[in-house]
Design a protein around this ligand. Structure first.
Ligand code: ATP
Ligand code: MG
Length: 402
C-alpha cells in the first residue's frame, strides 16, 4: 500500500452541467501538458474527480506544478484500495500512520459515489473511525475542527483515502472560455490582467506595440519574459509584435498634442482587433484601471472604445495599484515589469493629455488618415513569436487542441 495517487477535485467545474465533459477533458490535457516530463504517470477521469496515478514518479514536483493549473479546486495525495470494507479500513490506517498523527484529533469524512456499497456514510465513518482508534495511540476524535480529516471516497471500481487537502489555483481550465487578445505593454498591469483572464479559462494571444528606434530591444525582451511567465499558467502563447513607429510618428504630425494619446490608443485597439479576428479570438483584454492615468477615465475609455464593438475585458478596472502589485508579486511578474525601459507610449506622451477627449474632435483629426491602410500595413508587418516558456517544448498537445 502506498500514497501513489493524487486525487483532484474540480470545484466550480462541478456546476458546469452539459459542458462538464469538455471541461474535464481540457483540464486533463492541461495537466498532462504540465507534467509531461514524468512519463510514467497516467490520468484517470471521472465525472467529478480526476486521479493521477504516479506509477513511481515523485509526487513533490508534480504537486508543485498542480498548484498553478486553473480549474483545480483542491487536491490530495491518496491511497487507493479495493472497495471492500476491510481493505478500506486498512488503507485508512496506513494513510493516517504515514502522517505525524500523535497527539492530534481526527474525523472520518466518507463519501459514497457508489451508492450500492454495503455500508452507508454514517456506518462507514463509524467503522473506519473505530478501526483507527483501536490501532493507534494518542489520537482522539473531533468532528467539528479536526487536525486531520480522513476523507474516504468510495467508488465502485476503487476507494481513495486522503488525509490532507492542498488548495488549487481555482478558476476554470485555460481554453474552456475561448481565446482573447491581451494587450501587453511591459508595465505592471497588463500581465496581471492576462493572468486573471487565464484564471477564468481564457486562452491568450498576446499583442505588443513596439516603436523602434524609440524603444529598444530590451523593452521587447521584457515583454518576451513576461509572456514566458504567463505560459506557466497554461499554454504556449503567440506573441505578436506590432511595428508601431510609423503610426506614432504620423499621429505626432497630424493630431494636436493633447489628443495624440487618444489617437494612439484607438490605433492600438484597431490593430489588436484585426489580430483578434485573424486568430479567431472573441475579446480584447487590457490592464486598464479606472482613473489611473488620463487614458483611463470613463470619458477616455468611451472615446477610445468607439473604434470597435468587440468586447473589451478589463480585469483590473476597479482595483487599486497596491492590489494589482500584490498579484504581480505573487505571479512573479513585478520584478520584470519594474525593470527600466522605454514604453512606446511614454516616449510620445504629451505633457497634458486630454482626460475628457471628445469623439467629434478625434474623429475629425483622424479623418485625414487612411486608417484602414495604416492598420493593415502594421498587421502585415507584425512579427509572430511562439513563446513556450522556460522548458522550450517544440510542440505541445495544447496547440493541437485549440
Ligand atoms: P500597464 O502597466 O499594463 O502598462 P498602465 O497603467 O501603464 O498599464 P497604460 O500605459 O495607459 O496603463 O496602458 C493601458 C493598457 O493599454 C495597458 O494595460 C495595456 O493593456 C495597453 N497597452 C499600453 N501600451 C501598450 C503596448 N506598448 N503594447 C500593448 N499594449 C499596450
Ligand atoms: Mg503602461
Amino acid at each position: 500500500m502506498n500514497y501513489d495517487h493524487i486525487l483532484i477535485r474540480f470545484g466550480e467545474l462541478s456546476t458546469k452541467g452539459r459542458n462538464r465533459k469538455q471541461f474535464v477533458q481540457r483540464l486533463s490535457y492541461n495537466i498532462l501538458e504540465k507534467i509531461k516530463d514524468f512519463p510514467q504517470i497516467n490520468i484517470e477521469k471521472s465525472r467529478d474527480r480526476m486521479f493521477i496515478k504516479l506509477n513511481g514518479e515523485p509526487h513533490e514536483p508534480i504537486i508543485d506544478r498542480l498548484q498553478s493549473i486553473f480549474g483545480i479546486h483542491s487536491f490530495s495525495l491518496a491511497v487507493k484500495t479495493k472497495t471492500e470494507i476491510e481493505d478500506i479500513k486498512e488503507g485508512a490506517l496506513f494513510a493516517l500512520k504515514a502522517l505525524d498523527y500523535k497527539g492530534k484529533t481526527f474525523k472520518i469524512t466518507a463519501r459514497r459515489a457508489y451508492k450500492n456499497f454495503e455500508l452507508d456514510t454514517n456506518e462507514l465513518n463509524h467503522a473506519i473511525g473505530s478501526h483507527l482508534l483501536r490501532n493507534t495511540e494518542d489520537l482522539t476524535v473531533n468532528v467539528k475542527q479536526p487536525d486531520i480529516n480522513v476523507r474516504v471516497e468510495v467508488r465502485e471500481e476503487a476507494t481513495y483515502i486522503t488525509c490532507k487537502d492542498i488548495l488549487g489555483a481555482g478558476g476554470l481550465p485555460v481554453g474552456t472560455s475561448g481565446t482573447g487578445v491581451l494587450m501587453l505593454s511591459g508595465g505592471i498591469d497588463s500581465p496581471v490582467a492576462g493572468y486573471l483572464s487565464m484564471k477564468r479559462g481564457i486562452r491568450l494571444e498576446v499583442v505588443h506595440f513596439f516603436s523602434p528606434p524609440y524603444t529598444s530591444e530590451r523593452a521587447k525582451q521584457k515583454v518576451v519574459e513576461l509572456t514566458e511567465r504567463l505560459t506557466d499558467f497554461g499554454h504556449s502563447i503567440n506573441l505578436h509584435i506590432v511595428p508601431f513607429t510609423d503610426i506614432q510618428v504620423a499621429i505626432q504630425k497630424q493630431v494636436p498634442e493633447n489628443y495624440t494619446m487618444t489617437s494612439t490608443r484607438r490605433f492600438m485597439l484597431k490593430i489588436a482587433d484585426k489580430i483578434r479576428e485573424k486568430e479567431q479570438g472573441l475579446a480584447i483584454i487590457t490592464g486598464e484601471s479606472l482613473g489611473q492615468v488620463a487614458s483611463q477615465t470613463l470619458q477616455s475609455m468611451s472615446t477610445i472604445n468607439e473604434v470597435t464593438s468587440t468586447p473589451i475585458i478589463r480585469p483590473l478596472i476597479t482595483m487599486d495599484k497596491i492590489e494589482i502589485m500584490d498579484i504581480a508579486r505573487k505571479i512573479d511578474t513585478l520584478e520584470i515589469s519594474n525593470r527600466p525601459y522605454e514604453d512606446c507610449c511614454t516616449i510620445f506622451t504629451p505633457s497634458s493629455p486630454k482626460t475628457k477627449p471628445k469623439k467629434e474632435k478625434i474623429n475629425f483629426y483622424e479623418s485625414f488618415f487612411d486608417i484602414e491602410k495604416m492598420v493593415d500595413d502594421a498587421v502585415d508587418r507584425t512579427e509572430k513569436l511562439l513563446i513556450t516558456g522556460k522548458k522550450k517544448e517544440e510542440d505541445s498537445i495544447m496547440n493541437d487542441l485549440f
